[in-house]
Design a protein around this ligand. Structure first.
Ligand code: SME
Length: 161
């Protein structure tokens, strides 16, 4: 059984470096993208504090479709350019939103969500999906969280064949 290690790190950057190592240990030897996304969502959910949703949307060539996640049931399909996830996907850039209520077009799957971090997932320069984290705390995500989650997203995309 995989044991999630409690963090001993002094800084957030160290915390995410440790988490990336745990993510590699958890998924690096497996090629099934859904299984790896499911385990990564669980690792993030149990390690990163103050979240109310953590998970994946996969790009099906037309729109984003809900993938493995932890948290409350969520919107199944999101058009590119819609909401924070669709914006991250369409622009292929990480979105950090301190106050989702001020984000034009934010899709409120859960009204408890106050801030959001969405990392686009790219493989061979092609969009394959997004990694989405929601928090009930406004301005929950800073530059360290952004870098840390981009690192974790890269661990996942590295497992794609
Ligand atoms: N809030 C997101 C939708 C997905 S849920 O947060 C799980 C958005 O605006 O894209």
């Amino acid at each position: 059984m995989f044991q999630i290690q409690p963090s001993t790190s002094a800084t957030k950057a160290e915390f995410y470096a440790e988490l990336a190592l745990q993510a590699e240990a958890l998924i690096a030897n497996e090629r099934d993208r859904v299984a790896n996304a499911a385990n990564l969502a669980a690792l993030i959910w149990h390690s990163v504090p103050d979240l109310n949703w953590a998970g994946f949307y996969f790009y099906d060539g037309r729109e984003l479709v809900l993938g493995p996640f932890q948290g409350k049931p969520a919107c199944v399909r999101i058009a590119l350019n819609r909401g924070v996830c669709g914006t991250a996907a369409a622009t292929r850039t990480t979105q950090v939103v301190d106050d989702v209520d001020t984000f034009d077009g934010h899709i409120a799957c859960d009204t408890a969500s106050k801030s959001e971090l969405v990392v686009p997932l790219l493989h061979d320069q092609q969009l394959v999906g997004v990694l989405d984290l929601d928090s009930p705390r406004p301005a929950r995500f800073d530059a360290d969280d952004r870098r840390g989650l981009e690192q974790l997203a890269a661990v996942w995309t590295a497992t794609l064949a």
